[in-house]
Ligand binder design. Structure first.
Ligand code: SF4
Length: 350
């Protein structure tokens, strides 16, 4: 298998057979690509997640973050609250503000644009990564503006890049079951394509480990591969493992560590055109995220500081992690910690 050609895997049946390989063969294939690009470097950044509201007009079955009967504590921040969090975060070292939240009609497009303008005016050096394609789609609907117009306004008002959320699983049937009403797969990809055409970067995610099959994951990865061939602006792919608490998706079987590592390794093999594969510690746990660095991943995400979305469904990311701990853990795992900025420029090698 070391002599494979990537083109062979554009056939989904061939790609699916990668799952039949034993974990170590697959790991070796993925690791040789990872080593070729990055050696032993593991990237992370100093970031802060801000989730301005959990009051949502949509009802995704897998979501433990939005306010509903299992999570009755609805909240909506005002701009001053967001600005205060941003000030505190920048003071404690955040170089990136990652701003995503629920689909709340009270926080309309103008509210966000004003927020971005104020953040940029106060912290011109800080990277603003904001609004998933699902939020862009929602804001486009409630503001009667096209995706293109919303994205142009975001860029003009200070958004530097877009996060990869809202992709979930592209397969239409699974999507209709787990997140009916949310942006559809075509529009998710189209929105990122438009954003890339504005000269901007974004990330891409896949939520897996719930009701989807391996076929659905392969389909998702190949759709991303083709989009990247067209628009070229994805910086990183982030496979997110489904978190099981406080939601309405009835899942009885969860993926084993082996299945998770295989999925990460396959992502590395199928996505040669998306340079970075992130093992997001907030959904994997730090230990598995470190092991994943031997199975194709090269990034572990960042300090986060605070996080409300994954932690609402059971992950241990509510209070983030310190930079010192992250650096020490990466070193202990035998890798070289590299602090990066949001666009993967290296800031410091530890
Ligand atoms: S995943 Fe996002 S859109 Fe769906 S219910 Fe949760 S907050 Fe709303």
């Amino acid at each position: 298998m070391q002599d494979y050609k990537h083109a062979d895997f554009l056939d989904s049946k061939n790609a699916l057979e990668l799952y039949d390989l034993d974990l170590f063969t697959l790991g070796k294939m993925a690791d040789s690509l990872r080593q070729k690009y990055f050696g032993k470097k593991v990237f992370f950044n100093s970031n802060r997640h801000i989730n301005p509201t959990n009051d949502c007009a949509d009802i995704c079955k897998f979501c433990g973050f939005s306010a509903h009967r299992k999570n009755p504590n609805a909240y909506t921040m005002d701009k001053e609250q967001v600005l205060k969090i941003a000030r505190d975060s920048v003071k404690s070292g955040a170089l990136e503000l990652h701003i995503v939240g629920a689909h709340n009609p009270k926080l309309n497009l103008e509210w966000y644009l004003e927020l971005f303008r104020e953040l940029k005016a106060e912290f011109p050096q800080v990277h603003i990564k904001a609004l998933t394609a699902a939020e862009v789609n929602f804001l486009s609907k409630i503001s009667n503006k096209s995706h293109q117009e919303v994205l142009e306004l975001m860029a003009q008002n200070g958004v530097d890049s877009m996060p990869g959320g809202g992709a979930e699983i592209f397969d239409e049937k699974v999507r209709a079951y787990i997140c009916k009403g949310k942006v559809d797969s075509k529009d998710w990809l189209k929105i990122h394509g438009i954003w890339h055409s504005l000269g901007k970067k974004s990330n891409a995610t896949m939520l897996f480990g719930h009701v989807e099959s391996r076929e659905h994951r392969i389909d998702h990865l190949l759709r991303l591969y083709h989009q990247q061939e067209k628009s070229g602006g994805f910086n990183a792919f982030i496979p997110l493992v489904y978190q099981k608490e406080n939601n309405f998706l009835k899942v009885t079987e969860f993926p084993s560590g082996q299945e998770i590592l295989k999925t990460i390794a396959i992502a590395r093999i199928l996505l040669p055109n998306i340079l970075h594969i992130k093992a997001y510690w907030a959904t994997l746990g730090l230990n598995l995220a470190l092991v994943a660095q031997e199975f194709g991943a090269d990034d572990i995400d960042g300090t986060i500081q605070r996080e409300a979305i994954q932690s609402a469904s059971g992950s241990k990311s509510a209070y983030g992690i310190t930079k010192d701990t992250l650096v020490a853990e990466i070193k202990d795992a035998g890798f070289i910690p590299v602090e990066r900025d949001s666009l993967y420029n290296e800031i410091q090698i530890y």
